[in-house]
Structure formats: C-alpha cells, structure tokens
Design a protein around this ligand. Structure first.
Ligand code: HEC
Length: 159
C-alpha cells in the first residue's frame, strides 16, 4: 500500500515536472541562434554579480575574524568565480576587475593561507577602498560599499 502510494506520488511529481519543463521553455522561440541570443541576454551583468560579490566579501570577513579560515578561503574563491561571470558578460569591465583581483584578492588569499588575521584585516580594509574606488572610476560614486555589522550569511564563523 505504502509502496503503491509512493509510486503514485512519484508519478504525479514526474508529471508535474514534465508539464512544468514544457511550459517553462515555451517562451524560448525563434531559430536556435535567436534562442541562444535570448539566453545570452539573460546572463547576469556586473550589477547582479556585485550583489553576490559583496555578500561573499562580507561573509569572508566575518569568517576570517571568527577563525573559520576554510570558509574565508572558500568565499574568496567564489568571489573569483562570480567575478569571471561579470568579465565574460561585460568584457569592457574585465581589465579593471582583473587588476583588482591581482592587486587585492591575491593579497587577501596570501593572508588567509597563513591565517594571519592582522594582515587580513589591513588588506581587507584596503580592498574595500579599492571596491569604492572602482565604483567612482566608473561613474557609480553613489555606490559606497559599507561592511555590514554582522555576517550576511547564516553559516558559522567558528573554526
Ligand atoms: C571593476 C570595477 C569594480 C570593482 C573592483 C568593484 N565594483 Fe562593485 N560595482 C561596479 C559597477 C560598475 C557597479 C554598477 C553595476 C552596473 O554596472 O550596473 C557596481 C555595483 C556594486 C554594488 C551595487 C549592486 C546593486 O545593484 O545593488 C555593490 C554592493 C558593489 N558593487 C560592491 C562591491 C564590492 C564589495 C567590491 C569589492 C569587493 C566591488 N563592488 C568591487 C564596479 C566594481
């Protein structure tokens, strides 16, 4: 009985998934090239990337402060990953993003590697200035990043 009910539930779910995925792609029309173009236009630009970038930046800070260096290292790596998305979808911004990475993120990585909070903290604040420097340089001087009072992530900062 239980097995039968489970089977029915599974079948129902599969049907739901099937009809969803069908309805889900109905909007994608035109030739394959046109469809690719539509999909490409939906990829996140720098503004969307920055929301994740800044979330990870603050999460990294509080992880390092709490001594969870594994988490700090992970967040920094994910920052590099998401920045690549911005470099790809907005190639004009790529050179500045790349130079920011080598000037600041590499130094943060070095501090994380040796678990040096003092070095990390100093570099972090210099990096933050670099973030806002780039905003100003690109005509977005009104975007002033401020470190939140606590971690934006629900993950633990304990080592
Ligand atoms: C290469 C230059 C550059 C660097 C470096 C940079 N940003 Fe940005 N950031 C931008 C631009 C440009 C925008 C405006 C987005 C757009 O293009 O519409 C932006 C937007 C933002 C936003 C607003 C997102 C929103 O729409 O709500 C935040 C927050 C942000 N950046 C945080 C950061 C943080 C934190 C760092 C550093 C760790 C950083 N940025 C580094 C260029 C940069």
């Amino acid at each position: 009985m239980l097995t039968l009910r489970k089977t029915l539930i599974t079948a129902g779910c599969l049907m739901a998934v099937a009809s969803f995925s069908h309805a889900g792609s109905d909007w994608l029309t035109g030739t394959p090239t046109e469809q690719l173009k539509t999909l490409a236009e939906l990829q996140p630009g720098v503004g969307t990337v920055m929301i994740e970038y800044s979330h990870r930046f603050a999460t990294m800070y509080y992880a390092a402060k709490g001594g969870n260096w594994g988490m700090a290292d992970y967040q920094l790596k994910e920052m590099r990953e998401i920045q690549e998305v911005g470099e790809t979808t907005r190639p004009a911004r790529a050179p500045m993003l790349k130079s920011f990475e080598s000037s600041y993120l590499d130094t943060l990585a070095a501090a994380i590697k040796v678990k040096d909070w003092k070095k990390f903290n100093t570099t972090f604040h210099a990096t933050l200035e670099g973030c806002n420097g780039c905003h100003t340089a690109n005509g977005f001087g009104f975007i002033k990043y401020e470190l939140p009072k606590s971690s934006p992530s629900p993950t633990s900062n304990k080592p």
